[in-house]
Design a protein around this ligand. Sequence first.
Ligand SMILES: C[S@@+](CC[C@H](N)C(=O)[O-])C[C@H]1O[C@@H](n2cnc3c(N)ncnc32)[C@H](O)[C@@H]1O
Length: 258
Amino acid sequence: MIRFDDGAGYEQMMGKWSRLAGDIFLDWMQAPAGLRWLDIGCGNGAFTETLIERCAPSAISGIDPSEGQLLYAQQRAACRMADFQQGDAMTLPYGNAGFDAAVMALVLFFVPEPAKGVAEMMRVVRPGGTVSAYVWDLLEGGFPLVAIQEQMRAMGKTPMLPPSPEVSRMPVLRQTWTDAGLLSVQTTVINVQRTFSGFDDYWHTALLGSSVGPVIKALDANEFDTLRSGVQQRLPLQADGQLVISARAHAVTGVVPG
Ligand SMILES: C[S@@+](CC[C@H](N)C(=O)[O-])C[C@H]1O[C@@H](n2cnc3c(N)ncnc32)[C@H](O)[C@@H]1O
């Protein structure tokens, strides 16, 4: 099981990726200022902070099952206005129709029953409000640490996946929104790039990853060296010694009927 216990480690690894993807997602959404937002699976607040800075909400709530992530989120100066609480996407502790917009940033594939998560988002958003999400393209090479996953497979190891990876496929994601009864469903592809100062920078950051980190730490010394050198061969440096990694996410949005 992929666990998120370390908000500070998350910030260095996935938080930076989240911000890169979140900026493009919010450009695409073009949400007006002054909305009441719900950020489901808010984690350590990386996307919540981006939302506050970019969309000037009138109110914002964040919910996540991980205490370690929430502790980090609560300490962010930019998130002072946010109301964070512990909870699960499949049973949201909010009344009906109290938000203008609900979003899951890099979360839907962690929800054991994505359709139930989407139904809960629809329940808590008012008619005419938006229900949105974006997910790494996990099964088609869009995950930021795909080179490590591929090298693990080449070594006969199974990378950890979240419980609902199929929903990261664009047709499945779109169908989940239309099956839920959301209107005006739109999708887009989000391409991002992150520059590392070199391979060591990339590798040490990757060790903080919630999915690959625990698998790598459980390897013996020989396996560790084989994995590291195999990944290094898959990721050629630029002429200036820097390493540029690309990733891809799928985004979806729809409008609550009524
Ligand atoms: C990749 S992180 C994304 C965090 C944040 N949204 C961001 O963009 O940085 C995935 C988050 O989903 C949370 N999560 C996992 N299962 C969940 C569930 N059933 N309901 C709500 N959140 C969940 C995890 O605790 C974790 O913080």
